[in-house]
Structures are given as C-alpha cells and as structure tokens.
Design a protein around this ligand. Structure first.
Ligand code: ATP
Length: 677
C-alpha cells in the first residue's frame, strides 16, 4: 500500500496519453511478478502498472486485465484457445524458419515452450523491424486465434500465431539470456504461455482483482490531488470482490467502474439474468455428528443431494424492462414469452445440451414470475418408474446440438435455490425466505421440474432416516444448509461452512471423493496391452499454479472405459512433463507417457497417507522431514468430470485438510494409518 500512496512509478517508461498500451509494458510487469513469490510484492507490481494504464490509456483497461488473468472473455462466452503443444511448436518453427525437428529437440532440452520461442527468435535474422505489439493488438490477435473455425482451422490458427510471434520483441526487450533468471520480459515467451493457458507467474485472479481495486482507488484519489486512505483502499477491494462474485464479467464491470467510479460500482453492477455466477459449494463431512457440531444452536435444513449435473437456469420475459438481460440471453434461446439459458457449474452454456428442459420451462414458471436465476441439479429420469436414474445414464446424453425429438434420456430439474427474482437479487435473503419465494414462483411438473426434497428436523435420528431415504431414492446423500440468519445467504463462488455435504459412501471413509487431473499413463500389460493400464493423477495447487502428483490409479475402469480414455488421451500426449508438474523425477516412478493437463476424474480412496513418491500438499507442513507428499491409498476411478477444468480440481489444501481430519479421527480411535511406502 505504501507504493500506492506515494508517486512511485511503474518502471516501464510512459507512453503518450491515449496511445495503445505497449505489450512490452505488460511483459515488464510479468517479469517483475515472476521474480518474486511474495503476494504483496506481486500485488504492488500489478497495481502500479494498472495505475499507469488508468492514467494514460483507460480504454485499454479491459484487455489489460484479461491478458493478466489469461482469459480472452468471460467464461460464459465459451471462447477457448484450445491450442495443443504440437500446434504451438509448428508455429514457432514456421515463424522463425527452424524445422519442427529442431524445435522439438529444443523443447526436449528446455522443457518450456515459452523459452523455446525466445531461443528460436534470438537465432533468427531480423530482415525488417516489425511494428511493436500493443495490448489491444495482442488481445485481438489471440481472439482471432480462438475464434477460427471450419475447414483448415488448424492451419489458420498456426498462421495467426505466427503473425503475433513475428512482431514479438520488436522493441528490443526480447534480448534475454534464457539460461539466467526466468527468461526476462520477453513478449514471445508470454504469448506462448498465454496460448498454453498458463502464464505461470503465481498471479492468481484474486490478486489481480485486489490490484485492480487498489489501482482504481489510488487513481481516483490522485485525480483529486489526494493520497488514498487505508480505509478507502479496503472499501474499494471489498466492493470489487462482491461485485465480481455476483456479476463475474470484466466486460461489464470495467467500463462501469471507469464511468461511475469504484465506490459507486454496486449500484451499477448487480447480479442479473444472463450473466452466470460461480455457484456456492459445500464442505465435506464424515458423520452426522460433525454436522450437528457445526450447526449447534442454529437452525438448519437437509436436502437430498441429487446425482446429476448442476444447472443454473436464467430467464427473462419479453415484457420486462430488463433490457440488458434480454440482450445477453437473446443469443441463447427464445422460450415461451421470453429468453432463457442454462449454465454449468463452470459457467459454460448448456442450452444446446438441454433444449428439452428449456422447451418445457413455460409449464413450470408461474405467470407472475417474469425473470429469475435458479440453482438446480438436472438428473436423469425414469419416465416409466417415475424416479431418478443414476448419474451414468445422464452421461449417455449428447453434449451439443441436441434436438428435442432425439432425446432418449429424459431429465428432471430439481431446484434447490433461487438467486434472482423479478429484477432483484435475492442472494442476501435467508435460505428460508429464498425457499419460500422459490415455492411461490414455480409449480412442480412431474418428471420435468421439482423442488429438492427437504426436511427441517434437527435430530440425529431424523437426519439418519432422511439420509437412508435419500439413498433409496438414488441420491448421493444429503446437503445440510444453514436455514436462518445472515449466514444462510447465498455465497457465490465460495466453498462454505454453511453448506455441508454428507455422502453415503464416505461415512466411514475420508468424507469425500477427489477430482484429480490426469498427467500421465503407463502402458497396459496382459489383456490391456492396446490401452493405458494405469494413470498418474494430480491435485492442483492454486498458490504455485502447479499440479502436484497424488497417486497412480489402475482400478475402477471397465475395458470399454479404458478404450475410450485411451482414444481421448492419446490425442494429448506430450514429449515431456510440463514445467508446472510437480512430480518425482526419474526412476521407476516415471509414467510411460505424459499428457497436457486437460481431463479431471473423480476418484474415491480408502484413506490418505504420506509418501515420498508423491508431491501433493508438500508445502502444507504435514511431514516434519519435508520430503513426503500426501497420497491416496487404494484409489478407484468413478467418472470423468466434464464439468470441471483442471484448475478446478481438488486443491492441495483440500487434500491436506482431508488428511488432517483423518489424522485427528484416527488419533481419537487408535493408531494412524500405516505408511506403506
Ligand atoms: P460433488 O462431486 O460432490 O458434486 P462438487 O465440488 O461438484 O462436488 P460440492 O459443492 O462439493 O460440489 O457439492 C455440491 C454439488 O452437489 C453441487 O455442485 C450440485 O451439483 C450438487 N447438488 C445436488 N443436490 C443439491 C442440493 N440439494 N443442494 C446443493 N447442491 C446439490
């Protein structure tokens, strides 16, 4: 904060006011960030740079922030780069006149495609001096790469990458020694890393949000000839965080912030239909008694935990004044007298997957309900027996371009929360009030729309009976939620203690399954020679932006599943582990093949143990010797989690929390689990 209060300048020299921000200035910031691991220093570098952009070229704020968080647009816009290593290597080779074989060899030796690009460029003779890159130009170029479709898309993507690379480092900042530091402020390096989806700066989106708030508060104060007070800096941060959690779209927030000022942002940026918010999540528990301890003295409610896919349904009728929502939603689907969309847990648009749900929407929305955002689970439904079907049935549905007349697996939507109703956010109301509004505004239609089955009893016996019933009804267990008071408000994007989940399978185990990223595989033996027989999995550490290995897994797969997995994974084989994989080096523990980090699998385990072979949670201080990571014992494959991206896998901290919980239970019951390595 000290640097924000004085007139400390960002080290990149000023450009002319109003001129496009040089991309080199952002790369300078990245290189400073890369040299430290201290969050406060990282924040100071970002805030100073953002202040310079605000002062000189505020029009570039949006693209600057997007490039900082490695995104091109909000998640719901569905714009993904999806560029694999081989395409990037092709572009590096072609843009620098080196053969693919040479680039591949470099990649084998250096292991970081960003640095391979730097090396390739530094050996390239410069015929002419291309124009320097600007932030808006890079954003536009990357957007062009992401949105290429149709015939020959791959080739055109490579061409577009080449265009960007040939202008990179045109201003001389690219003279870096890749054997020193981390490669310096090279533009080529950061372009490549952006394409790979990992800037690897230890720059979390949370940090960018705080830096943005600080820069804005400091900028506004400076315009009035003041220095910002600590109180104002804190207030700005809190406003921006809240606004972003309800309306996660920089495209909306940044222009509004520039126009109305950060302190007035809440009035201008509110939760609205059309912009999906990150859902509230639950904490795992292992026993009903744990739930009772947590909610002691407070009222809570239990609901069935349906086993399907999370669905956030947005709707606005035509005859409202909610024009902004109407225009955002109109791109998705006209429904009854309005427009609607369904979003996933990840904010991806699922409207093309569930046209059957949208077609029936007018049947369950009451006449007086003009706009809403509902939190639901869509579950496969047995039309004959009139009951819920297991999750596996839902998985057999097509994912895109579904036609209502072709739908074989019907789904019923089970609504459990209401976040927005008739033009107003209701997230701050208590769950009891939200539930009343929910029941008042919609009508159940058998096999199409239902309210989540709930029970408000507070006694252990009642909860046990309700849990048994939920299991008989093909559910995963229960969700137990705070019912009254401030703490029962809906907390977007939080894994909250006010929502607890009890899964039937885990009451005697570790409390929850894990969602892990597949990093590598081992060739199958015996019957499995044509497929991969076992896999190396990892959890995600958002602090260091690395994937930390946690187990090998070879159980829980049918032959058919192994074939499917082989077909998908063999497309994303890479020559060597990415530099952001934390794994044991060398020896018999190396998998036979490595993959791009793309797939997330749900995995069950008997328990957790410490092992020198894995790296999960090494920084959590569980092993006094500092050499062992956490690993899963007897892991078992459950399913592919299509709705999670690798960055949303179970975090190292969550794994450590599970381990600690298990330890404390084990201590109270007897000796801890043996270390079997
Ligand atoms: P899981 O693998 O258990 O679904 P998760 O990380 O996806 O884990 P959690 O917050 O841990 O999500 O568990 C809540 C999930 O359970 C929600 O994302 C939702 O899809 C599902 N669910 C089913 N029924 C309910 C309900 N009644 N209330 C809230 N969520 C429910």
């Amino acid at each position: 904060q000290a640097s924000l209060k004085s007139e400390v300048k960002h080290p990149y020299p000023d450009w002319k006011p109003g001129e496009p921000v040089p991309y080199a200035a952002l790369c300078k910031t990245f290189s400073l960030v890369e040299l430290t691991t201290k969050r406060l220093e990282i924040m100071a570098h970002c805030a100073l740079f953002l202040r310079q952009v605000l002062r000189l070229t505020p029009d570039d704020m949006l693209s600057t922030v997007l490039l900082m968080i490695n995104k091109l647009a909000p998640d719901y816009a569905g714009i993904e780069l999806g560029i694999g290593e081989s395409l990037i290597m092709k572009a590096i080779g072609e843009s620098t006149g080196r053969s693919l074989a040479v680039v591949k060899q470099d990649q084998k030796e250096i292991g970081d495609l960003g640095l391979v690009a730097v090396k390739s460029r530094s050996t390239q003779p410069t015929m002419f001096k291309p124009k320097a890159l600007t932030i808006r130009g890079v954003h536009k170029g990357l957007m062009g790469i992401a949105t290429v479709t149709g015939n020959g898309a791959q080739g055109r993507k490579v061409d577009n990458i080449k265009k960007l690379l040939s202008s990179a480092d045109a201003n001389g900042t690219g003279k870096v020694d890749i054997t020193k530091d981390k490669g310096g402020p090279s533009e080529a390096k950061y372009i490549i890393r952006f394409l790979e989806g990992k800037l690897r700066l230890g720059l979390a989106e949370r940090t960018v949000i705080v830096s943005l708030a600080q820069a804005m508060v400091a900028h506004e104060a400076a315009q009035k000839g003041n220095v910002p007070s600590t109180g104002d800096l804190e207030k700005g941060e809190s406003i921006l965080k809240t606004v972003y959690s309800e309306l996660p779209s920089y495209d909306v927030i940044i222009p509004a912030m520039l126009k109305h000022g950060i302190m007035n942002l809440r009035e201008h940026c509110k939760l609205r239909a059309g912009v999906p918010l990150k859902p509230m999540l639950a904490k795992p528990t292992k026993a009903i008694t744990e739930v009772l301890d947590r909610f002691e003295g407070q009222t809570f409610t239990c609901e069935y935990k349906y086993d399907g896919e999370r669905a956030q349904i947005h709707y606005v009728a035509k005859d409202t004044t909610e024009e902004l929502s109407q225009s955002t939603l109109s791109a998705t689907k006209a429904v009854g007298g309005g427009v609607a969309a369904i979003f996933s847990r990840n904010s991806e648009d699922l409207s093309k997957k569930y046209p059957d749900v949208l077609a029936k929407l007018p049947d369950w929305v009451k006449q007086e309900t003009k706009s809403f955002v509902l939190d639901c689970e869509s579950v496969a439904w047995d039309v004959v027996e009139k009951k819920v079907l297991p999750f596996q049935q839902l998985m057999t549905r097509k994912k895109k371009d579904v036609r209502v007349e072709d739908v074989k697996v019907k789904v019923c939507v089970f609504a459990f929360d209401l976040l927005y109703l008739n033009g107003e956010a209701v997230v701050e109301k208590s769950l009891r009030e939200r539930r009343e509004l929910l029941h008042r505004s919609f009508q159940p239609v058998e096999g199409e729309f239902s309210f989540a089955t709930a029970m408000d009893g507070q006694e252990l016996d009642e909860i046990q009976t309700f849990l048994d019933e939920s299991v008989r009804a093909s559910c995963e267990g229960l969700m137990v939620k705070m019912l009254d008071g401030e703490e029962s408000g809906y907390e977007p994007s939080k894994r909250s203690r006010n929502w607890l989940k009890i899964k039937k399978d885990y009451l005697s185990g570790i409390g929850d399954s894990l969602d892990l990223v597949v990093l590598g595989a081992y060739h199958g033996k015996g019957k499995r020679t044509s497929v991969y027989g076992a896999f190396l999995l990892a959890c995600y550490n958002p602090g260091t932006d690395t994937y930390e290995t946690v187990c090998n897994i070879g159980t829980g797969f049918s032959e058919a599943v192994l074939e499917e997995l082989h077909a998908a994974l063999s497309q994303i084989v890479i020559d060597r582990p990415k530099p952001f994989y934390a794994h044991s080096a060398g020896g018999q523990h190396q998998p036979d093949v490595w993959f791009e980090p793309r797939y997330v699998w749900e995995v069950k385990t008997a328990d957790l143990t410490l092992s020198p072979r894995y790296k999960a949670g090494m920084k959590e201080g569980l092993d006094p010797g500092g050499e062992k990571g956490i690993s899963l014992r007897f892991p078992r494959f459950i399913k592919v989690r299509d709705d999670k991206k690798p960055g949303e896998a179970t975090s190292s901290r969550q794994v450590a929390e599970m381990y600690r919980k298990q330890e404390s239970v084990a201590k109270s019951k007897g000796p801890a689990a043996d270390d079997d390595f």
